[in-house]
Design a protein around this ligand. Structure first.
Ligand code: UDX
Length: 457
């Protein structure tokens, strides 16, 4: 069953099972890389949906697990629907338990100490529990986001949820600096389904044997304390940013990264370029696309824009408006997918217009790049709120997308004093990230504790 592996008897092994979406795969593979570098063997379990490529990771053993997601649900690309369908199918069949049992019985591999799962894989946790295999959870979003999940019942009891538009700007006093509009809800999904997904993720966290969060102590001190106070778990570790702890070679992109943009960045003036990317899931309509295009063109600022296939609803291609290329006159570059970490680390980049996914936010902070935030759904609203109010390293672009507003937001970030102040604060955060990565830094210590804990299981 294992397609590649190591015959390192005497060592311990961790099994790792990411949720098959880009923003969840990346940190889980980075964690696997970190643990492998500390001497643990790694077996990676993965689904057919968004299957990983074993050839990219010869150091790991790969095992495929049937996910049971019906093709029509997979085709929606909707994470809420896919998470619910995947868990339901896994619970209805004995396949996951059988795969886990055969992985555990594989005598060619070191003994498995535990299984790392995404919080959205409750069905996998239940199958592991049936075999006596401890599960640890990697939270791929912020500590603030997990705190919000844990507070969900209270948020309903106190009437913050379900959200009412008239109360969107009301502060959530128990979870500063969040407002009602920043809480985890979804315009595009049935709220009952969202609640089910969040309730199950909370159950997974409460039933695990240890929790790792992709954040750093100094970024979310209060939020981490709140989680530690609330959860009765043997370890709650802030071991991020995982992309900085793992080796540069950890490649887990589902799309091909276009490296020509790095050569293009090499030719741009220092801190002049606005990098624009809305992550792996967010979408926009064709009117928004036109406004973004003209906002970028009219800003007269160099830009690197990721136009992911599927970004624009209802279109496979991404036709840019007539006259756009002439107006841009070589000042901009458009790619389908970029090597984002390298882009953000490039000294030509002066700002990031982001959808505020947690990985993107952490990657930007790690390089000291200030942000324009345009959150779309899920945890993105609260990430944007923290960027603006808690850390002061960016601001949210609110309301309808309109070219004039976009143009002035870009100027505010790249050319004005306010943007320069945000950049200074982003540099301070970059320093905090560098500190936590030092050999005595909090994230390295968290990894040390994690490895000792795994070896004790
Ligand atoms: C969404 C959520 O918003 C996020 O907070 C949650 O943890 C997972 O689901 P996503 O849209 O994938 O995530 O955004 P983000 O978390 O920012 O992850 C995107 C990843 O893709 C980042 O690691 C980024 O480096 C990478 N990426 C993005 C590329 O490699 N190239 C690109 O062109 C764009």
């Amino acid at each position: 069953m294992a397609t590649a592996g190591m015959s390192s008897c005497g060592r311990r092994r961790v099994l790792v099972f990411p949720l098959p979406f880009q923003g969840h795969i990346n940190p889980m593979l980075q964690l696997a890389d970190v643990l492998h570098a500390r001497g643990l063997a790694v077996t990676l379990l993965h689904t057919r949906f968004n299957a990983l490529d074993p050839a990219l990771h010869p150091e790991f053993a790969f095992v495929s697990v049937p996910d049971g997601v019906p093709a029509e649900v997979a085709a929606t690309g909707n994470p809420i629907e896919i998470i619910l369908a995947m868990n339901a199918a896994m619970e209805a069949s004995t396949a996951v338990g059988e795969v886990l049992a055969s992985v555990l019985a594989d005598e060619g591999q070191p003994r498995a100490a535990c299984l790392f799962i995404d919080a959205h894989l409750r069905a996998v946790q239940e199958a592991a529990a049936g075999l006596g295999l401890p599960t640890l959870v990697l939270r791929t979003t912020s500590a603030a986001c997990l705190g919000c999940f844990l507070a969900y019942r209270m948020l309903y009891q106190k009437g913050y949820l379900p959200p009412r538009e008239s109360e969107f700007d009301m502060p959530v006093n128990e979870l500063p600096p969040l407002r009602v509009r920043d809480l985890y809800y979804s315009r595009n999904n049935n709220q009952e389904k969202v609640n089910k997904v969040l309730t199950r993720a909370t159950e997974t966290v409460k039933n695990c044997s240890g929790l790792v969060i992709n954040t750093l102590e100094t970024l979310e001190t209060t939020e981490l304390q709140r989680i530690r106070d609330e959860l009765d778990l043997p370890v709650v570790l802030a071991a991020g940013p995982l992309h900085k702890l793992s080796s540069k070679s950890t490649r887990s992109s589902l799309l091909d990264e276009d490296y020509s943009c790095i050569e293009w960045l090499d030719m741009q003036p220092l801190r002049s370029v606005l990098y624009v990317s809305f992550g792996s899931l967010a979408s926009m309509d064709s009117n928004d696309l036109v406004e973004v295009a003209w906002g970028l063109a009219n800003s007269c600022q160099p830009f690197l824009w990721v136009l992911r296939p599927g970004l624009v609803q209802g279109f496979e291609g991404t036709d840019l408006p007539d006259g756009f290329e002439v107006a841009v006159n070589g000042r901009g570059k458009v790619v389908q997918w970029a090597p984002q970490q390298e882009v953000l680390a490039h000294n030509a980049v002066g700002g990031f217009w982001t959808h505020s996914g947690w990985n993107s936010t952490l990657e930007s902070i790690s390089e000291g790049v200030p942000m324009i935030c345009r959150p779309h759904f899920a945890d993105q609203m609260m990430n944007a709120r923290y960027v603006e109010k808690a850390w002061g390293v960016g601001f949210e672009l609110e309301g309808e997308l309109e070219r004039g507003k976009i143009e002035s937001a870009i100027r505010r970030l790249i050319n004005e004093k306010e943007g320069a102040d945000m950049r200074d604060r982003a540099k301070d955060l970059k320093k905090k990230v560098a500190d936590c990565l030092e050999s005595c830094g909090s994230s390295q210590i968290a990894v040390d504790k994690l490895v000792s804990y795994i070896l004790s299981l």
